[in-house]
Design a protein around this ligand. Structure first.
Ligand code: SAH
Length: 347
């Protein structure tokens, strides 16, 4: 029988011992009655409650609070209606407590947390934008069952490692909010589509060589009803040679595409002079000399290296940095080279 129903209340023996696992964990034991017990006392004049708190020290050293609660019921003289009403009150109190627990659970919703983390980067997401991210994440998890799109499948991890990671670009350069952005090697749409959700005024071209992935991005675009998103199932080396795409973009992004030098070669041909390439990286020391050679050949310079720690995200996104490079002059026609040439002579 469900506790706190009138039926349950009418049938319990005169004195019962109820072990209650209190909703608040990791609090020190005190002699104050817990809020749950205080709630019972407040709503039910015919119930006397004594609580003996216990402290449980768990394996990981954290302290949890538990309590044995003795509930003394009123003597048999209490009328049925008084008992019923007390039970109802107790049920109400219980429902209130459940609601409080539910609301606590809701505040740990990874996409609410994403909203807070994005705001700390200066990017203020509306409820609709957060909902779009959550929907995207759910669709991504579903799509990954048939196409290998991501190794990350927990919503909380997707919120941080895909969305928040994509949003760090917002803090790494000054945005007008109307950029034409090309995302090179977009995979499942990161960072390109994520940035399009967060910055609705930009237009995005997602370039992805693998057909299945390009089709997945198209599906996400339809499901999320995102305008000004083009998907190009092509190799960047070839697309960047077409007049519709060469030197046409304000921003080029690349995450997990390859070495910094390779990213320069694949991103710069798409940029107009004055445009920025933003590349997501771990350690860059070993790749810097090659990247500098590539930059001098393709016409750019590093304008900022922004570690996630400088954005207050050392814990969430450890050891990551954004490399922002600006195009200072036109890229010679010989770049990008063919994939075979790039492989033969890496930067
Ligand atoms: N940017 C995504 C995907 C990274 S994996 C993310 O960070 O989650 C790299 C992706 O780039 C792969 O999907 C691969 O198919 C694509 N890719 C690699 N070289 C490419 C090229 N030359 N042109 C277009 N896409 C390329």
């Amino acid at each position: 029988m469900k506790p706190w129903t009138a039926q349950w209340y009418a049938n319990v023996p005169a004195r019962v011992k109820v072990i209650v696992r209190l909703p608040v964990l990791k609090t020190p034991v005190s002699n104050e009655p817990s809020s749950a017990v205080a709630e019972w006392l407040a709503v039910s004049p015919i119930v006397q409650v004594t609580e003996s708190p216990t402290l449980i020290v768990t394996n990981d050293g954290s302290k949890r609070r538990s309590a044995t609660i003795t509930v003394a019921l009123a003597p048999a003289t209490a009328t049925e209606s008084a008992m019923a009403s007390a039970a109802t009150s107790a049920a109400t109190a219980n429902a209130r407590r459940d609601a409080a627990i539910r609301s606590r659970v809701m505040t740990t919703d990874p996409f609410l947390a994403l909203g807070r983390d994005a705001a700390a980067l200066g990017l203020h997401l509306t409820d609709a934008q957060r909902a779009a991210c959550a929907r995207y994440a759910a669709e991504l998890v579903e799509a990954t069952k048939t196409v290998n799109l991501t190794a990350i499948t927990e919503p909380a991890d997707i919120a941080v490692k895909h969305f928040l990671d994509s949003f760090t670009a917002y803090a790494a350069r000054a945005w007008t909010g109307h950029e034409r952005l090309v995302d090179v090697g977009s995979g499942a749409g990161f960072p390109g589509l994520a940035l399009r959700i967060a910055l609705p005024g930009i237009s995005v071209t997602a370039v992805e060589a693998t057909g299945k992935k390009a089709r997945a991005i198209e599906r996400f675009r339809e499901l999320l009803v995102l305008e000004r998103v083009a998907v190009e199932n092509a190799r960047a080396e070839e697309l960047a040679r077409t007049p519709a795409h060469r030197a046409r973009y304000d921003v080029a992004t690349a995450r997990a595409l390859g070495s910094l030098g390779l990213c320069v070669e694949l991103c710069f041909p798409f940029l107009r002079v004055g445009g920025d390439a933003v590349v997501w990286k771990g350690r860059i020391d070993a790749e810097l000399p090659g990247a500098k050679k590539a930059l001098s050949a393709l016409g750019g310079e590093i304008v900022a290296v922004v570690p996630t720690s400088s954005l207050g995200l050392a814990e969430e996104l450890p050891g990551r940095q954004l490399v922002v490079m600006r195009k200072a002059r036109a890229t010679p026609d010989r770049y990008p080279r063919t994939p075979a040439e790039m492989k033969r002579r890496p930067w």
